[in-house]
Design a binder for this molecule. Structure first.
Ligand code: PLP
Length: 385
């Protein structure tokens, strides 16, 4: 047998299509190259328009975690109060980050598999003055989608508070409209729904968020300071830190793909795709960990069927051997299931291969599923796509 192609079905990085790979493989030019400057400016303008941002967009080399820090660094000062809405592992990541920055935190924690509600946020905001609220849009440890628009309605009643949305596992695959949803900062990165390799952080900051940044004066951070990057974002021939040139090209191609598909269709496709994959997995006894009302469309946590005797580590090793790389679960779900991404530029071939690999891994792991049962369900969905 020739080696099996590795499908990256972890919840990010996601498969990178050829045309995006080609951009990463281009001969690197000077960051002042007029063509590159034009390309970078166009990416920024597109990101701003597509997410309906009335402020500024920052595209900086780094991972999603840096985006989280960048969002906080530019909207808070030591001693500020931050309300963290956490639906799991990545929501919790804000806690330590805030504590290290000398911010006071209150945390609303949802039981794993469910989400913080707008009512809980409303109650907290009525009790105390906060400078910032953070919400993780799709929580990658549970597959839960937070009600960003409904929380946004609450936030609109508190215009003095900055609404930060961690869109690392959501942006480009789940609806995020900064204007109508009242979002002040979205942070995301390239390796999830954008379908680019890891490497760039994108931060959208509303006019209100930029006013907050201005009110802070000088901040202790340097690399992630909006003020340092703003001249570059307005004119990419300027220098602050060397831009990741090939990654910017790759992002530009990812944005082009999004524009061709259309963002609205992309959001709808992600919901259809998620429902198909979840149905297929349920057909062979797996349980989707996120409660139905809170299921995000970009990834799922699949809990092993009761009594299946599946050993977590062996199953995922078998699955990887069969060609689909998936991730182990975290926190409350650790050892009880696996996490699979179904986001980005993934096509029918990818989905079929991933589910077929799951069926083979089940049988290899001693859990006897009928071949084609999950695939059949998926196929029924795909045929009308
Ligand atoms: C929701 C969410 N936020 C933040 C992060 C951190 O991003 P990164 O690993 O790129 O630093 C992740 C990573 O998976 C994530 O899923």
């Amino acid at each position: 047998m020739i080696p099996t192609k590795k499908l990256v079905m972890i919840p990010g990085p996601t498969p990178v299509v050829r045309s995006i790979q080609d951009q990463m493989a281009r001969e690197t030019v000077a960051f002042g190259d007029p063509e590159f400057v034009k390309d970078f400016s166009e990416v920024i303008a597109d990101l701003k328009a597509m997410w309906r941002c009335d402020g500024e967009v920052f595209v900086v080399a780094g991972s999603g975690t840096m985006g989280m820090e960048m969002a906080l660094a530019n909207t808070t000062k030591r001693g500020d109060n931050v309300l963290i809405c956490s639906n799991g592992f990545f929501g919790d990541r804000f806690i330590d980050m805030c504590t290290k920055k000398g911010l006071n935190t209150d945390v609303i924690s949802a039981p794993w598999g469910t989400s913080v509600t707008p009512e809980q946020v409303e109650k907290k905001l009525a009790e105390k003055k906060y400078q910032v609220v953070t919400v993780t849009h799709v929580e990658t440890s549970t597959g839960v989608e937070a009600p960003i628009a409904a929380i946004g309605e609450v936030m609109k009643k508190h215009p003095e508070v900055i609404y930060i949305v961690d869109g690392v596992a959501a942006t480009g695959g789940v609806e995020e409209y900064m204007d109508t949803m009242g979002i002040d900062v979205i942070l995301s990165c390239t390796q999830k729904v954008f379908g680019v390799a890891p490497g760039l952080t994108m931060v959208w900051a509303s006019k209100k968020a930029m006013e907050r940044r201005a009110s802070l004066g000088s901040i202790p951070e340097s690399y992630i300071d909006f003020d340092k990057w703003l001249p570059v974002m307005h004119d990419p021939s300027k220098y602050w830190g060397t831009p990741a040139i090939n990654m910017v090209w790759a992002l530009k191609e990812a944005v082009r793909i999004m524009k061709v598909e259309g963002l609205e269709e992309r959001y709808a496709r992600h919901r259809r795709q998620a429902a198909m994959v979840d149905d297929a997995m349920e057909a062979i006894g797996f349980k989707v960990a996120a409660e139905k009302a809170h299921r995000g469309p970009t990834l799922s946590v699949y809990l092993y069927p009761e009594g299946s005797g599946i050993d977590d580590a062996k199953f995922r090793a078998n699955l990887a051997e069969e060609g689909a790389q998936t991730a182990g679960c975290l926190g409350s779900f650790a050892g009880k299931g696996f996490r699979m991404g179904h986001m980005g530029n993934i096509d029918k071939h990818t989905l079929v291969s991933a589910i077929a690999a799951v069926e083979r891994a089940c049988v290899k792991s001693g859990y006897k599923v009928e071949f084609g049962k999950a695939l059949g369900v998926l196929q029924k969905g795909l045929v009308t796509e």
